[in-house]
Every structure is written in structure tokens, then in C-alpha cells.
Design a protein around this ligand. Structure first.
Ligand code: FAD
Ligand code: DLZ
Ligand code: SF4
Length: 515
């Protein structure tokens, strides 16, 4: 508890603003200003967060507060278990104002609409002048994205990405992209095989502070989703930088080639597992991209890998944030296919005979992490094919990953994965049959279902469900050129084959909980 004495500004820092040079701190004065961070019930329960995500965010907040104190700042930090919990951010701010009587409140804009809506009300509610500053950890501001989107019929990531390359100068030779092309994605679609040289993620042992948070989370959320231990994420900037260096040296040289591959028991393959660190502010997106561009310039990393990685950050990451703020608050209601099915219980338990789903959900429960293709082409694809209500699958993704914050999760789930925005973000739905999963993984070999069997008993559910999805939604999708071949294939099938697909799909949908 910080002794009450004259405070000029109360600088309110949110749990994903753990960056020493964040805009709210820029002209702050350690003598006159006070940093305020609070753990509150509402934030820990607005979705049933994975318990490692809770440990990750709360422990990183506590470490950040300590780091700031050590560098001379006055910090008031409220732990969830320290005092009677104010419940919400707004209630916490009101208490903090009563205690510290600041002249002003300074805060950097929130990542999520829900929290920004609260920030916008602080001044009215408390009567204390409140300054909300832009979050310039992002490369593209809201205004810049709005200007880019204005008047465009289609908001294609590829064109936005080129502007971000020009703006940052990453992998550029003057006005021209390094190597002559903007995008090397066509070099990036190999299936991996388990080998001795598979990179291993950098793991970090919990220190005393993290162990305290683990105990807190176990006590408060005894039946919460996911394993609490082993907990191996970094929770400080110093360790997150070690994870970045480890990725650049080990996995980056093959990142592009195996970006879409999936292997049973291999949770991270050539991915970076840096998303959570970037999202809460332990790593700066430009710092990460510069490290990757430098490794390319030094000669140890091929261009397709460096470009592919940088595109994910200055392209996709910035683009989905732009879409989120352009379209919220209405975006969360989108449901293009009018899908209404309940999310099957196995999304939480992992108990399903479908091996691809069991592996993806099982590792999610164990580690709070799954890589992009597992999210998009396994759990996301299944929800799309079976017509799960978008809001339910959105809340699942928002809960279960250590990197999940709505501004990045929602456009990826609703837009990219579920096509619930009718094609704002993607040019066609990411719907695929079992053949795709079989090509990109080794899951099918150990599955109770037969990926080669198209319909009937024991056939891979993704096969019949794929056709059923296309036919069920034909009216909405028939104008999409990228699906014309699929519809032509369907139309060439004889009635018996078509009926077998539809009957199998109907059976699987009726018995979805038993799959
Ligand atoms: P890598 O494969 O190593 O990629 C490098 C970095 O690029 C990531 O750390 C991330 O910062 C960025 N990135 C890559 N793909 C995307 C993308 N599509 N959108 C935004 N940034 C991207 N990402 C989140 O950070 N939080 C989420 O809540 C989230 N939810 C998702 C939900 C669904 C349904 C899907 C399909 C994707 C989601 N993603 C989310 C995007 C992506 O899957 C994760 O960023 C990635 O898997 C994180 O693992 P990594 O750090 O090993 O990524
Ligand atoms: C995710 C999260 C959790 C679980 N708990 C807290 C918390 O107790 N206090 C806090 O400041 N932030 C927390 N966060 C992160 C916030 O939800 C995050 O800052 C907002 O989503 C940003 O819009
Ligand atoms: Fe998944 Fe079908 Fe392969 Fe089984 S056979 S792992 S359900 S794609």
C-alpha cells in the first residue's frame, strides 16, 4: 500500500500494457506520479480463461510492477487476494482515486472494446480529468487504418501489408521489396516429419513470484479450464527476449517451410510462441521484426522464412487489429451462416475419437497453446463445418490460449475461421475435408475414423461434413468464384453418392457429442 501524499497523475496500466515506454508513461515523473495496476475479479472471469493464461498475465503484471519499483517508480499494485476485491476496473479506479486523490488520470487506450468503453466513462463517473493516449506500440494507428479502408470494396491483407513494409522499411530495398517479391508464401507449404533436429521451445521455470500466482489460481479456480502446471512461459521482458533469441537461432530458419505442418505430440514445431509476449507488451513487435530481418541480413535465415514471419506481425497482426476497431462493437454479433449449434463438450474435455481434434484440444488443455493451423484448420474448421454458433466458438478461443485478447482473437475467429462476417476478412471460408488434415499432419494414421472413407460408418467426419457445409450454405456461397470448382464437383456426383454424404453428415451432426 502506497502512503497517501500529493499525487499529480495516476497512471493506470492495464494487464496487457507491461511496457516501460508505453505512451501513458512517456512524460511521467517518478517524484510526482503514481503507477496503478490492479488484479480484478471481472478480468479473471469474463471468459473461463485457461489457468495458465491467468498465471501468465497476473505473474507478468506482478513482475512488471516490481521492475518499475526497482527503477524508481512509485507503484500501487492491488493483488486479487490482498484486499476486498473491488470487482471491476472502474470500481478499482474509484477506490484508487479516493485513496490517492490524483489531479489527473493518464491511461493508454485499451486493446479491447469492452475495456475502452469503461475507460471512456472514467472522467464522467469520477469527475477527475482523464487523458487517454494512443497505443503506439502498434505500427498502424486507428486513424491510419480507417483512412486505408475508406472507399475500398475489399480489405485485403496483402495490400495493407505492402503499405506496412513501406512504412517500416522492413525487408525493403528502397521502394522495392527484398528479393523482388512481396510475398513468398507459395514456398511455405511443406508437411513436417518428426526428426532429431526439431527445435524445442525455450522453457522457463517459475520463480517464487510465479509460484505464488500458481497457488492463487489453483485456490480460486480449482475447477478452471486447463492444467496449471507445468507452467513454462516467460513472465519478464528479460526472459521473453531469451525466447525471441532462441526462436531466431533455432526455428526461424525453417519457419516458413513448415508453417502449416502438424505432428502428433509436437506442439510447437517451427513456430515462435511469442504471441503472448508481444500481446502483453513484454516484446515490442518492431523489436521482434528487426531481430528477424537482421538474422536474414546476416545470412542464416532464408528470405521466405524472414518474410513469412514478418508478414504475420506487421501484416496479419496489425490488419486484424484494424478490422476489430473498424467494426466493433457490432462485429461480435456477425453470423453470416446463421449458425446456431451448441459448442460440443469435447472442446473443453478433449474427449473425442477424432484424433486431430483430440491432439489440438489436448495440447491446448496442457499448454494453453496451439499453433495457427491447428486453430484454423482443425478446431476452427470443425466448428465451421458443423455450424457452431460463432459467439460460442469465439468465447472458447478467447478463453483457452495464453495469447488470447479480443482485438486479435475475434477477427481471427469470426472473420478468418468462421467466415461469420460474410467475407470481409477472407475471400473464401477455410472449410476443408479430412484430405487436407491428412496431407499436412500425421494425425489420421492413429484415428478411429478412416480419412480415405468418404461416407458411411467410420468415415472421417470432416469428409461428409465438408460437402454438407457447402450444400447447406449454397445460396450464400454460390457467387464465390473460389468455390466454383467444388460446386461443379458436387454437381457431377451421382445422386447415390450425394445422398450418402448428406446422410452421413446428418448422422454425425445428430450424434455430434459422441464423435
Ligand atoms: P507464429 O506462427 O510464430 O507467428 C509469429 C507471430 O505472428 C505470432 O506470435 C503473432 O504475433 C503473429 N501472428 C501470426 N498469425 C497471426 C494472425 N492470424 N493474427 C494476428 N497475429 C498473428 N493470435 C493471438 O495473438 N491471439 C489470439 O487470441 C488468437 N486467436 C486466434 C484464433 C483463431 C481461430 C485463429 C485461426 C488464429 C488466432 N490467432 C491468435 C492467430 C495465430 O494463430 C497466433 O497468433 C499464433 O498461433 C501464435 O503462435 P506463435 O507465436 O507461435 O505464432
Ligand atoms: C487477461 C487479464 C486478466 C486475466 N486479468 C487482468 C487483471 O486482473 N488486471 C488487468 O489489468 N488486466 C487483466 N487482464 C488483461 C486485461 O483483460 C486486458 O488489459 C484488457 O483486455 C485490455 O483491453
Ligand atoms: Fe481428423 Fe478425420 Fe484424420 Fe481422424 S481421420 S484425424 S477425424 S481428419
Amino acid at each position: 500500500m502506497v502512503k497517501p501524499r500529493t499525487i499529480r497523475n495516476l497512471v493506470f496500466l492495464l494487464g496487457d500494457q507491461l511496457t516501460p515506454d508505453i505512451s501513458s508513461l512517456r512524460d511521467a515523473d517518478p517524484e510526482r506520479d503514481l503507477l496503478f495496476l490492479c488484479e480484478v475479479e471481472d478480468e479473471t472471469t469474463y471468459v473461463p480463461h485457461h489457468r495458465q493464461k491467468l498465471v501468465f498475465v497476473l505473474s507478468a503484471m506482478r513482475h512488471f510492477a516490481e521492475e518499475m519499483r526497482e527503477t524508481g517508480w512509485r507503484v500501487d499494485y492491488w493483488k486479487l487476494d490482498d484486499r476486498s476485491d473491488p470487482g471491476s476496473f472502474l470500481a478499482a479506479i474509484e477506490c484508487a482515486i479516493r485513496t490517492h486523490k490524483p489531479e489527473r488520470i493518464i491511461v493508454t487506450e485499451a486493446g479491447e472494446w469492452r475495456v475502452q468503453h469503461m475507460l471512456d466513462r472514467i472522467e464522467d463517473k469520477t469527475g477527475i480529468p482523464t487523458e487517454i493516449r494512443e497505443d503506439d506500440r502498434f505500427i498502424c494507428s486507428h486513424a491510419e487504418f480507417r483512412a486505408w479502408a475508406k472507399g475500398r470494396k475489399q480489405l485485403r491483407m496483402e495490400f495493407f501489408y505492402r503499405d506496412m513494409r513501406r512504412k517500416t522499411g522492413l525487408l525493403m530495398n528502397g521502394e522495392h521489396p527484398e528479393g523482388g517479391k512481396w510475398n513468398y508464401d507459395h514456398d511455405n507449404r511443406e508437411a513436417a516429419s518428426a526428426d532429431l533436429f526439431m527445435p524445442r521451445r525455450r522453457e522457463f521455470q517459475p520463480d517464487a513470484m510465479t509460484k505464488d500466482v500458481i497457488a492463487l489460481v489453483k485456490k480460486r479456480f480449482p475447477d478452471g479450464f486447463g492444467d496449471v502446471e507445468p507452467f513454462r512461459f516467460a513472465v519478464t521482458r528479460e526472459d521473453a527476449r531469451k525466447a525471441l533469441a532462441h526462436f531466431v537461432a533455432g526455428a526461424l530458419p525453417k519457419f516458413g517451410d513448415y508453417q502449416d505442418a502438424m505432428l502428433a505430440g509436437e506442439y510447437t514445431l517451427y513456430h515462435s510462441i511469442l504471441s503472448g509476449y508481444i500481446n502483453i507488451g513484454l516484446l515490442d513487435p518492431m523489436e521482434v521484426c528487426k531481430a528477424v530481418a537482421q538474422a536474414y541480413a546476416d545470412g542464416g535465415v532464408p528470405l521466405n522464412c524472414a518474410e513469412g514471419f514478418i508478414r504475420q506481425i506487421i501484416g496479419w497482426r496489425e490488419y486484424v487489429r484494424g478490422i476489430y476497431w473498424l467494426k466493433m462493437p457490432g462485429y461480435v454479433q456477425e453470423n453470416y451462416f446463421e449458425a446456431s449449434r451448441e459448442l460440443p463438450a469435447f472442446y473443453w474435455s478433449g474427449e473425442t475419437k477424432m484424433r486431430c481434434m483430440r491432439e489440438a484440444i489436448g495440447q491446448t488443455r496442457e499448454t494453453a497453446y496451439a499453433h495457427h493451423i491447428q486453430r484454423l484448420m482443425v478446431t476452427g474448421n470443425f466448428a465451421l463445418l458443423t455450424g457452431i454458433e460463432p459467439r460460442q466458438i469465439h468465447e472458447w478461443y478467447l478463453a483457452v490460449y495464453f495469447d488470447a485478447f479480443e482485438w486479435v482473437e475475434l477477427p481471427n475467429t469470426l472473420g478468418m475461421s468462421q467466415f461469420a462476417d460474410g467475407g470481409l476478412l477472407g475471400s473464401k471460408p477455410y472449410a476443408a475435408s479430412g484430405a487436407y488434415i491428412d496431407r499436412m499432419s500425421d494425425y489420421c494414421s492413429g484415428c478411429a475414423y478412416d480419412v480415405k472413407k468418404k461416407s458411411g460408418k467410420d468415415s472421417c467426419p470432416f469428409n461428409a461434413l465438408y460437402w454438407d457445409f457447402l450444400i447447406r450454405n449454397r445460396n450464400r456461397l454460390k457467387g464465390n468464384n473460389r468455390l466454383a470448382r467444388a460446386y461443379a464437383t458436387w454437381d457431377r456426383m451421382d445422386d447415390g453418392k450425394q445422398r450418402a454424404y448428406r446422410d452421413t453428415a446428418a448422422y454425425y451432426l445428430d450424434t455430434i457429442e459422441e464423435l
